[in-house]
Each structure stands twice: as structure tokens, then as C-alpha cells.
Write a protein that binds this ligand. Structure first.
Ligand SMILES: Cc1cc2nc3c(=O)[nH]c(=O)nc-3n(C[C@H](O)[C@H](O)[C@H](O)COP(=O)(O)O)c2cc1C
Length: 199
């Protein structure tokens, strides 16, 4: 307890000198985010990948993940067409691929033919997964909601794969892997080895 602080739940602050007023449109950069590549396929089975950082789990049962995908992305039209995708979470060694898959469109370039990433056949969905990914989620399209200038693509997780050497005791072993985090404005960082454990 801070002896200087009066015992009240009323707001006592007022010193905003320590805060910077950012534009609300900068909200997406207000927190570091994991980075992945969403892989989807066209009706002939040709794969395309797109870098994503706006994704998170939203339900345990059924297991659902949401990815915010702009309707302008080629990936959005592919997911709507073939109704599944894989979400591939990457470590820091793949930062070059992350930038490449996030800067050109599959409408113009066959990204996988120009990248060192390799694809493997999924078990439950048509879209393949990235063999080099640390974590792979095979997802079927569960729902799609409009949200401002993005669409919330909700995927039902049909299969979850984690690289053997990336996890121990059912959680990531951060001594062995450095997951890539996106800070915004073209800047990245990685997870640290520190783990704080509470009972
Ligand atoms: C680090 C990073 C994160 C990104 N995250 C997203 C995202 O979450 N949602 C989105 O719609 N676009 C995101 N993008 C932009 C797309 O990856 C980019 O527009 C891509 O070229 C679209 O590819 P496509 O047209 O082949 O689908 C991100 C780009 C980068 C570099």
C-alpha cells in the first residue's frame, strides 16, 4: 500500500504531463502483436499467403480465432470463396518473409514461388500450412462480420500444431524460440526469455 495515497476509489490523478495524446487511429500500434501468415487457396487450389498481426482467440468451445482482414486483400476474396485458411505463427528468423508477404498482393505475384517458405498439406482444410511455422492453426470459416475498414474473419480451429522444440509442459518454451512481435510503423521486436509464474 502507498501511504501517500488517500483511501478512495475516486479518480485522484490529474497530472497528464506524463501522457502523450496520440491520434485514436494509432490505436492498432498501441500494443505489440504476434505476427503470422494466413494461407488460403483459390478454387483451383493455388495457395496465397498474407501477413497478419491483427488476430486473437475469441472462444474456447468451440475454439475460435478472429483475424481482421481488409476486404481489399486478395486473401479476403479467397477465404470467402473457398471458406478456409491456415494461420501460421512465425519466429523472428522469418522476418524477411513476413515483410514480403505483407507488402505485395497475390493478385500480382505468386508469393510462395518467390519465397523460401515451404508448404505442407493440411489434414482438415484445403489451404496448406507453412512447414517452417512455430504454430499452425487449420481453420474453417465460421463467421465473417464487418468492422470498420476491416472484416472480422472468424475461424473455427480444426487442428492446432506446435513445433516440438517450441513448447514444453503445454506452453511455449521461450528459451528455445523467439516469437516475432509487430510494433507498427515497420518495426518489430521479439519475445523475451523471462517468464513470471503465479499460483
Ligand atoms: C507486419 C504486418 C502485419 C499486417 N497485418 C495485417 C492484418 O492483420 N490484416 C490485414 O488486412 N492486413 C495486414 N497487413 C497487410 C497485408 O499483409 C498486405 O496488404 C498484403 O500484401 C495482402 O496480401 P494479399 O492481397 O495477397 O492478400 C499486414 C502487413 C504487415 C507487414
Amino acid at each position: 500500500m502507498n501511504p501517500e495515497k488517500p483511501e478512495t476509489s475516486e479518480p485522484q490523478g490529474g497530472n497528464d504531463d506524463t501522457l502523450i495524446d496520440f491520434l485514436p487511429t494509432k490505436a492498432p500500434t498501441a500494443q505489440p502483436k504476434l505476427v503470422g501468415i494466413v494461407v488460403s487457396v483459390d478454387s483451383s487450389g493455388k495457395p496465397n499467403g498474407m501477413t497478419v498481426a491483427w488476430f486473437m482467440p475469441v472462444s474456447r468451445d468451440p475454439p475460435l480465432m478472429v483475424v481482421a482482414v481488409s476486404p481489399r486483400r486478395y486473401t479476403y476474396s479467397l477465404i470467402k470463396q473457398t471458406r478456409d485458411f491456415t494461420l501460421n505463427i512465425l519466429d523472428s528468423s522469418l522476418i524477411g518473409e513476413v515483410e514480403f508477404f505483407g507488402s505485395v498482393s497475390g493478385r500480382d505475384v505468386d508469393k510462395f514461388s518467390k519465397s523460401r517458405l515451404t508448404l505442407s498439406k493440411s489434414k482438415f482444410v484445403k489451404s496448406p500450412y507453412i512447414s517452417e511455422a512455430v504454430t499452425i492453426l487449420e481453420c474453417s470459416l465460421y463467421a465473417d462480420y464487418p468492422a470498420g475498414d476491416h472484416q472480422l474473419i472468424i475461424g473455427k480451429v480444426e487442428r492446432l500444431l506446435v513445433k516440438k522444440d517450441a513448447a514444453s509442459d503445454n506452453i511455449y518454451n521461450l528459451k528455445k524460440i523467439k516469437l516475432l512481435l509487430y510494433l507498427g510503423e515497420g518495426k518489430y521486436t521479439v519475445t523475451s526469455e523471462e517468464v513470471y509464474e503465479y499460483p
